[in-house]
Write a protein that binds this ligand. Sequence first.
Ligand SMILES: C[S@@+](CC[C@H](N)C(=O)[O-])C[C@H]1O[C@@H](n2cnc3c(N)ncnc32)[C@H](O)[C@@H]1O
Length: 292
Amino acid sequence: MTILTFLAMLVRGGRGVLVAPHVGRRSMKMTANADSERFQNGADKYAAYLETPEGRLRSDLSFDNLQDFLPPQAKDLCALDVGCGTGAAAIRLARLGMHITVLDSSPAMLDIAKRKAEEAGVADKIVLQHGDAAQLTNLFRAASFDVILCHNVLEYLDDPIAVLCGAARSLRDSSAILSVLVRNRAGEVFKAAIQAGDLAVAESNLIAEWGQETLYGGRVRLFTPDRLQAMLNAASLAVTAERGVRVLADYLPSRISRSADYERIFELERKLSRRPEYAGVARYTQCVARLG
Ligand SMILES: C[S@@+](CC[C@H](N)C(=O)[O-])C[C@H]1O[C@@H](n2cnc3c(N)ncnc32)[C@H](O)[C@@H]1O
């Protein structure tokens, strides 16, 4: 047991959810920026987005991809969800019997994650940790997790490679996996052209380093699959699989109901996700990596 886990147990929250103390608060204040504001003030908006067909597809497809790489006996494995948001992925891992630490810099997100874990009846499997992803090496012992998720977080970080290095250090051994999901630049080109009909933005997105966040406003870092792979390699991680998430669901005509046809859309997206020629233009790129 680490000293942090011990301290966390001292401040056990309601109905079995463990709440870690606000460690790293001083360093978080120093790195506080517009990103922390948007996730603090926009937590409810984000939770609502995850209930939309688009939000559900992103969560369901990325979790489906992840499951291909989880060991058959996932029960009792230890997982870390970096930038857990509302805890949706952690709850799914907990339902598989895993023990999950969820880390987020937004107390509002952690409050939602705590409530949802309680509602799902898996609160005893989830430890909430308030802190900055940039502090992974200070927050967790080396080699302590079998599975680490970092889904839609690198887009908002000053130094994504440093965070990937911290995640790599926290992986238990060469069989442990890191799942990373990021905004794909090619998807921004398609979105601007097909959804907004804005050819000028579509063209500028071809080389853009940053995109515009529609949910909260503000900028979001864009990745190419090659760039993500290079970042993972720089963190001593080798990519086991690369998938695309949401290839064409965002551009379907309105006569197709996103809700009524959800299962069919999901099944089609699932197939597209695994084919590199389609995955390359998806809205998101997901890589599963192991220590190289
Ligand atoms: C777009 S949400 C993704 C949430 C979740 N991973 C998911 O897939 O639904 C990004 C999350 O990362 C968190 N976050 C952003 N910067 C962070 C940082 N430096 N350290 C820890 N969490 C951070 C935000 O508070 C937010 O909950």
